[in-house]
Write a protein that binds this ligand. Structure first.
Ligand code: GLA
Length: 425
């Protein structure tokens, strides 16, 4: 029973529901338990991950949990509390049967199927289980519910495999960042979006009170303190979800690749004697000085996209320096700049996100705010002095519905740990 104490609330609720939902005569092996993984916020470094750049995410105290029991066979039975939907996955035919199974599954279960497929492709073996899936990461709300369900799936497969494979450091079958990369591939095949590694890495690497600086090229990472008691991390959800987001995301990615190729050619023509041009593989490799010199030779759209990414990478490095000095308050001004760049240069914001950022800007004690994640909806992240949190809430309640016709949802998050699991009986 003591074990139960470390369970996050969604895992506890899922455990309670398990016995009610799964009462058929499946043959179970082993006891009942839960596995979970967190969602994330990204302090700064937006749309830099797939440009081989830097990101500074924080795993948060919101998780998606699987609670249930291992089965004797190779079937996976899942009940999603959020969607009130049942889904079944047959492990035996994977990875070959991926497309056929995907077609018949609801969107949330496709992520689960994707992770299981990628685990099997990586040579990892595990058996079936039945589980209730329950979480408090807002679905589609910009806190990466998809990465949370993916990483929680990997954790659940390990947990219910009862020792066939392990996730951890050194001697484990899979290291946390291998799980992140595998979950990223799962996201690609499940959703068709060519997302970067930000979300999955943040979920896998979370530590209480820490932000994670990740170099998305080398995957080198280190932790920075993020536990200033006087400052709150507020996430405000616009309530907007737009279909357009995935095609626009892939389009931005292609534009960045195109801008890289053009800039590499321009720099090769101009600087062939003194710089190793072959080393330019992504926007990450172009310095701000080079961009200031040659950026004007790009067509307008590509100039704006590349200019934003190169400046955002520099802002991540600046933020790291501020956190190392304990100057969290000063990070705020970089968040405002990031939002401006995402709005006017990268063009992934929307009127609702801009409204939230503008409302926040008028509240004294809000140190900085910006849209977060892929864009075109989702949420803003706000760095707020504790004493200003309620005032921000009032300002949003008073102005946002009038400006947009929508209701925004308000969430105060804390930096929390990564995936975990435990047996309870
Ligand atoms: C989404 C993607 C991430 C990242 C962000 C933008 O959340 O899943 O990989 O690219 O958008 O920073």
């Amino acid at each position: 029973m003591n074990e139960k104490k470390k369970l996050p609330l969604p895992a506890l609720s899922a455990l309670e529901l398990f016995a009610q939902v799964f009462h058929d005569d499946a043959q179970y092996a082993g006891g009942t338990g839960a596995a979970w993984a967190p969602g994330r916020v990204n302090l700064i470094g937006e749309h830099t991950d797939y440009n081989d750049g830097f990101v500074l995410p924080i795993a948060i105290d919101r998780v998606i949990a699987f609670a249930g029991r291992a089965r004797e066979d190779f079937q996976v039975g899942l009940w999603s509390t959020h969607f009130s939907q049942y889904a079944q996955i047959a492990l035996a035919g994977l990875p070959e049967s991926f497309d056929a199974q995907r077609e018949h599954l609801p969107a949330w279960a496709r992520y689960v199927l994707g992770v299981m497929t990628e685990l099997l492709r990586a040579g990892v073996r595990f058996s079936g289980f039945d589980a209730v899936v329950h979480g408090d990461v807002p679905v589609g709300g910009g806190m990466s519910s998809s990465a949370a369900i993916e990483v929680a799936t990997a954790q659940a497969c390990m947990f219910f495999s009862r020792g066939s494979f392990t996730i951890g450091q050194q001697d484990a079958t899979l290291q946390p960042l291998e799980v992140a990369a595998l979950c990223q591939r799962a996201e690609h095949i499940a959703s068709g979006v060519r997302s970067g590694i930000l979300d999955q890495a943040a979920s896998c690497l979370g530590q209480p009170g820490k932000a994670i600086l990740l170099d998305c090229r080398s995957l080198a990472h280190r932790y920075l303190p993020f536990d200033e008691p006087g400052i709150s991390l507020v996430v405000i959800d616009t309530g907007v979800r737009r279909e357009l987001a995935s095609s626009a995301y892939n389009e931005r990615r292609s534009q960045c690749e195109e801008a890289t190729t053009m800039l590499r050619d321009i720099i090769a023509r101009n600087e062939s004697q003194n710089s190793p041009v072959g080393a330019i593989r992504a926007l990450r490799d172009i310095t701000q000085e080079q961009f200031a010199r040659y950026g004007s030779e790009l067509p307008g759209v590509l100039r704006r996209r590349a200019g934003y990414v190169i400046a955002e990478d520099a802002r991540v490095i600046e933020t790291v320096a501020l956190l190392e000095m304990g100057a969290v308050e000063q990070v705020g001004s970089l968040l405002w700049l990031s939002h401006e760049g995402l709005r006017y240069e990268y063009e992934v914001s929307c009127p609702e996100l801009d409204a939230l950022a503008e409302i926040a800007r008028q509240v004294p004690g809000v140190l900085g705010a910006r849209m977060m994640g892929g864009g075109f909806g989702g949420c803003t992240i706000n760095l707020v002095r504790n004493e200003a949190v309620e005032e921000l809430r009032r300002a949003v309640d008073a102005q946002y519905p009038a400006r947009t016709g929508l209701q925004a949802t308000f969430d105060v998050c804390r930096a929390a740990g990564g995936p975990d699991s435990t047996l309870v009986s």
